[in-house]
Design a protein around this ligand. Sequence first.
Ligand SMILES: [Zn+2]
Length: 46
Amino acid sequence: MVKYTCFDCGATVEQEEIREIVRCPYCGGRILIKNPPKTGRHVKAV
Ligand SMILES: [Zn+2]
């Protein structure tokens, strides 16, 4: 699932919460930064 991070308040917004208008449901900010999907990915710690 694609998640977004609000540029204004830093809240994580799931794509389901965003409908037609891309807008932060918490602060109403319009700038949402798309996060890369982490599901199924294993991060190696060296
Ligand atoms: Zn926000």
